[in-house]
Write a protein that binds this ligand. Structure first.
Ligand code: CDP
Length: 243
């Protein structure tokens, strides 16, 4: 037993930082945010006490915020501080990345300096396939590989930019710059939902004044105490969370 949900012994799916279990309700799944932290496609791997709870708390907070803004998400409720009950989706194998400032792979692939503010938000999409190194994909390929129809892709991009507007506005008030982030989507009953997570693992967050990182880059590039950084984000976004 965990909270109000019985967690089966075996997960249906084990990701790098989350495990997904079947629920008694066939339309729902149980997602446990684990304390594992990985980077560079799993080459770097560690465990940090509390990390699962911190990311689950942030993810719940943002999913609720986005629902209130009219964006359908898979979040249903929390059954424990690190466990989210979600709507079962047929996941779309795409990583939809929204960038406001150049950083990470963008600065490796293109002649642009880290920190350059982009003229407008840019959506880039990777095909989710670890063995192929998550290659970047384009609209034509997404259609001919029957991953999404043109209309569905338009909807996904529109939702990603809407999420960016809501999150950028919110983080700005917390003194944080939303540099970039990754979203994953899925379908249920013909509707596209935001799935996966929105956490410090999936966003780049920089202090507006100092440029300090408060996200997974702290771990990727050994910039300091990653749990202190994650806690710092939660204190700013949910001051009464008591983390
Ligand atoms: O992080 P990296 O430089 O490898 O890739 P990126 O394309 O620059 O990542 C853009 C944003 O998406 C960052 O906030 C990453 O943390 C996030 N991301 C993610 O959450 N999961 C991935 N598999 C790839 C990127």
């Amino acid at each position: 037993m965990r909270g109000t949900s019985v967690i089966p012994a075996k997960p249906l799916y084990e990701g790098k930082a989350k495990s997904v279990y079947a629920s008694e309700n066939p339309d729902e799944l149980i997602v446990v945010f684990r304390n594992d932290m990985t980077a560079f496609n799993g080459v770097k791997h560690d465990q940090f006490t509390d990390k699962g709870r911190l990311n689950a708390t942030a993810s719940e907070f943002f999913m609720k915020m986005l629902e209130a803004e009219g964006i359908p998400t898979h979040h249903i409720r929390m059954s424990a501080p690190d466990t989210m009950i979600v709507r079962r989706l047929e996941m779309i194998p795409l990583e939809v990345i929204v960038r406001n400032v150049a950083a990470g792979s963008m600065t490796k692939k293109y002649p642009v300096k880290e920190g350059m503010v982009l003229d407008r938000p840019v959506v880039t999409i990777d095909y989710k396939d670890d063995e192929r190194g998550d290659p970047m994909i384009n609209d034509d390929l997404i259609e001919v590989l029957h991953i999404l129809t043109a209309d569905e892709l338009r909807k996904v991009k529109e939702m990603a930019l809407h999420v960016n507007k809501v999150l950028t506005r919110f983080f700005d008030k917390c003194g944080i710059r939303l540099v970039d982030f990754k979203l994953e989507f899925g379908k249920a009953d013909g509707t596209i939902y935001l799935g996966d997570e929105i956490s410090m693992d999936s966003m780049r967050l920089w202090d507006k004044k100092t440029g300090e990182s408060f996200d997974k880059d702290v771990y990727r590039f050994d910039k300091g105490d990653v749990i202190a950084a994650y806690r710092n984000v939660l204190k700013r976004i949910i001051p009464d969370s008591g983390v």
